[in-house]
Each structure stands twice: as C-alpha cells, then as structure tokens.
Write a new protein. Structure first.
Length: 82
C-alpha cells in the first residue's frame, strides 16, 4: 500500500469530526434550530441531535444527509414520546 494511501489516526478523527459537524448542521437546519457556532442557545433538541449524530457515526454511517435524516427521525420520535 503506497504511503499516500495510509491515513493516520489523527486524520481519520478529523474526518469523523467533520462528518459529525456537517450532519449536525443539516439536522439542525431541518429541525429549524440555530446552527450559529457562536450562539449561546443550546437546547435539549440540540443536545439530542448531537448525541444521535455521534451514535450514528460510531455505528458506521458515512453519509451526512442520511445521518441527519436518521437523527431527525430520532428527535421526532423522542418528542412524540415526551
């Protein structure tokens, strides 16, 4: 395997964080939540979406749009139960 095809753990972690951030932003937009990074407004819905996104990435999902939709589905189900 050529050296340029090898990824370091650090570069993999950066890609994972980028995927989670983009998925979270898409999910927030779909939920009508603020996505401003400097916003002090962090709601329970933000926290729930962030947890759902992280869990989906850890399960191996790699498409930001799919992750966002699944996280949104989980949030809607959570709201219906609560």
């Amino acid at each position: 395997m050529p050296v340029e095809d090898v990824m370091t753990l650090d570069s993999l972690r950066k890609l994972e964080l980028s995927l989670m951030r983009r998925s979270f932003e898409i999910a927030c937009e779909r939920a009508g939540l603020s996505t401003a990074r400097d916003s002090d407004e962090i709601t329970a819905d933000h926290a729930y979406l962030a947890s759902a996104v992280q869990a989906l990435v850890e399960q191996g999902f790699t498409d930001a749009t799919e992750i966002a939709q699944l996280a949104m589905n989980a949030l809607v189900s959570h709201r219906d139960v609560g």
